[in-house]
Design a protein around this ligand. Structure first.
Ligand SMILES: NC(=O)c1ccc[n+]([C@@H]2O[C@H](COP(=O)([O-])OP(=O)(O)OC[C@H]3O[C@@H](n4cnc5c(N)ncnc54)[C@H](OP(=O)(O)O)[C@@H]3O)[C@@H](O)[C@H]2O)c1
Length: 265
């Protein structure tokens, strides 16, 4: 007799969570570990990752750190080559990293677009190419991309982010029909989520509009039927579902976790 939740558990699975030193990535790594996965934490802040490894282990989980800069494609390729040779096969890949700076698209330098596409799209592509053979031999693969609601509705003054998310969403949908059975790819679209990234966006928006940070926050809350910001742990729940055996028949999907802010069906 089971309690009906067994297919949400991740025992015996190995998850690589990118951007896991902070925010949504950190909450995701902790949740996947709590559900039974061994987690590899990837980010640039080695010391922060080392502390998180200790925290996860103290809670009874299994974790290791992998220092990498997703802006450095040549470096990432070398790191992945060594990682694939040494670590157990990865069953779950969470593509997540720092969002691009704000600003209107018309004013953006092409270099800023290249940087954002490199960090979000090309790095995810390299990760999938490196880890797919391990998923195939394990007969289990889950790729989850943390994008933004701007995949559905572009967000004013986040021009480079909007175009980058659209590119990643199209990449993901395209390869969702190329991946073999048992290996899925899906997108989680966070709404306003209470992380460091949102804090900097709030300050930048307040300066741009000549408002206080509280006024900006109130303006955001007024758009959200749920009436509050998301906690990163709530976004992580959607990632954990796609990562689990329970998500086996869902592929190429984009799931907003936005408290109902998107108006489109
Ligand atoms: N928070 C929101 O309201 C919200 C809404 C919509 C979409 N999103 C998107 O969701 C994603 C996560 O958001 P968040 O709020 O959790 O962001 P965050 O708090 O800024 O965390 C970003 C994470 O990415 C890592 N990172 C940044 N640049 C990296 C690089 N070059 N190489 C490797 N790792 C890198 C950071 O670690 P290190 O600095 O240690 O490398 C950190 O762990 C972002 O793409 C964000 O734009 C967030």
């Amino acid at each position: 007799m089971t309690n009906g939740c067994d297919n949400l558990l991740l025992n015996g699975k190995h998850a690589l969570v990118c951007g896991s030193s902070k925010g949504i990535g950190r909450a995701t790594a902790k949740l996947l570990a709590a559900r039974g996965a061994e987690v590899t934490l990837l980010a640039r802040s080695v010391d922060v990752l080392a502390e998180l490894v200790k925290e996860i282990e103290a809670a009874g989980g299994k974790a290791r750190a992998l220092a990498a800069d997703l802006d450095d494609r040549a470096g990432l390729s070398k790191i992945l080559e060594a990682f694939v040779a040494e670590a157990p096969p990865v069953h779950i890949l969470v593509n997540n990293t720092g969002g691009p700076p704000g600003g209107p698209l018309l004013a953006a330098e092409t270099e800023a677009m290249e940087t954002a596409l490199g960090r979000h799209l090309f790095a995810s592509h390299l990760l999938v190419q490196a880890l797919l053979p391990g998923m195939q031999s394990a007969g289990y693969g889950r790729i989850i991309n943390v994008l933004s609601t701007s995949v559905r509705e572009p967000i004013p003054n986040l021009g480079v982010s909007n175009l980058t998310r659209a590119a990643v969403a199209s990449w993901a949908k395209t390869i969702s029909s190329e991946l073999p059975p048992g290996i899925t790819i899906n997108n989680v679209l966070p709404g306003f989520t209470d992380t460091e990234r949102l804090g900097s966006l709030k300050e930048a928006t307040a300066t741009r509009l000549g408002k206080s940070a509280d006024e900006v926050r109130d303006g955001w809350l007024a758009q959200i039927p749920e009436g509050r910001l998301a906690e990163p742990e709530e976004t992580a729940e959607a990632v954990a579902f796609f990562a689990s055996p329970a998500g086996a028949y869902i592929r190429g999907h984009s799931m907003p976790v936005d408290g109902g802010r998107l108006r489109s069906i």
